[in-house]
Design a protein around this ligand. Structure first.
Ligand code: SF4
Ligand code: ZN
Length: 313
């Protein structure tokens, strides 16, 4: 297999695009495509300040690498979840993010959940009894809250995450299986800023996971290979496996599934759902939007954890 651009030996063959590229041309192609997506979906401009949420994994670190190579002003945000049993997932992912940032002279903000909110994610999850033994619901809630808080408090114009096509297709598949209109209407490469919520973008949403892994490896980015231990057996991994089977038989299916959805969404297929969006108002404690009259779910969870760890005498 030869590189389509220069004819030398190809390093990456992308059947879905009928495109094979050598290492150098692949490392050029990914940032070029990312720039195209940023423009196509009108994500952000050069003069804006971007906060990249980094987990230490291949996607988010590659995103940070690509954005800075493209000349964007991008700082990182690492959230220490305190998930350290077994492989020391949080400690290792934090180390890799710090290493990435210091080697490139980039600014990394770090929020440690246990330090700021009293308990690490697994304990918060135990106390709040959400999600049947898995901390993912609590973790997702905390990550969304913290990313939003830091982006707004520190004056970033946009929050960027490293979701790739496999992530997006798996979420879409799950929501489609349930025809979850409220979730479908919110799934987009760009979520505009709304009162209390920062603008969110996913510049890698059209790249296959395999493409991002190849990018990280060929670029020499050191990232954490292991998934979070709680990811094992998750529904999203199961959906990814199903979609991979489909992709093997019909290359390009995943991309078509996602892109046709975006077109349908753009053409107003879910317009009726938009109107039924819940009425949101600011949480009296943190100011982030909530649909209840009380504190938002995050603040309620933290309050509950405080009470549980300091029971009244
Ligand atoms: Fe959080 Fe791990 Fe669950 Fe992901 S898999 S949401 S990092 S607990
Ligand atoms: Zn709140």
């Amino acid at each position: 297999m030869k590189c389509k651009k220069c004819g030398s030996k190809a390093s990456v063959n992308m059947r879905q695009h009928k495109l094979a590229l050598c290492k150098d041309h692949f490392l050029e192609w990914i940032p070029e495509q990312t720039e195209r997506f940023i423009k196509k979906y009108d994500m952000f401009r050069r003069e804006q300040k971007i906060l990249v949420a980094v987990s230490g994994g291949k996607d988010s670190l590659s995103l940070w690498d690509i954005l800075t190579r493209l000349g964007y002003q991008a700082d990182g945000l690492y959230i220490g979840l305190g998930i350290d049993e077994g492989i020391g997932y949080s400690t290792e992912s934090h180390r890799l993010c710090e290493k990435f940032a210091s080697e490139r002279g980039l600014k990394l903000h770090v929020v440690d959940v246990a330090q700021e909110y009293g308990q690490p994610i697994p304990v918060l999850a135990e106390i709040s009894h959400r999600g049947q033994g898995k901390p993912c619901a609590v973790c997702g809630l905390a990550k969304r809250h913290i990313m939003n808080r830091i982006a707004r408090d520190l004056g970033y114009d946009v929050l960027a995450t490293g979701h790739n096509l496999d992530d997006e297709a798996a979420v879409l598949f799950g929501n489609t299986l349930q025809w979850a209109g409220n979730f479908l209407v919110r799934q987009s490469p760009v979520l505009p800023e709304t009162p209390g919520l920062a603008r969110k973008v996913k510049p890698l949403c059209r790249f296959y996971e395999r493409e991002m892994a190849s990018y990280a490896i060929l670029r020499g980015i050191e990232y954490i290979y292991e998934e979070c231990p709680f990811a094992q057996g998750s529904t999203s991994i199961y959906y990814k496996e199903l979609l991979n089977k489909l992709e093997t038989d019909k290359p390009g299916s995943k991309l078509t599934f996602y892109l046709r959805f975006l077109e349908a969404r753009e053409s107003g297929l879910f317009a009726a759902t938009k109107e039924s969006a819940p009425n949101l108002h600011p949480c009296p404690n943190c100011g982030q939007p909530t649909s209840t009259d009380d504190f938002c779910s995050f603040c309620r969870m933290i309050e509950k954890a405080k009470v549980a760890s300091n029971p009244l005498p």
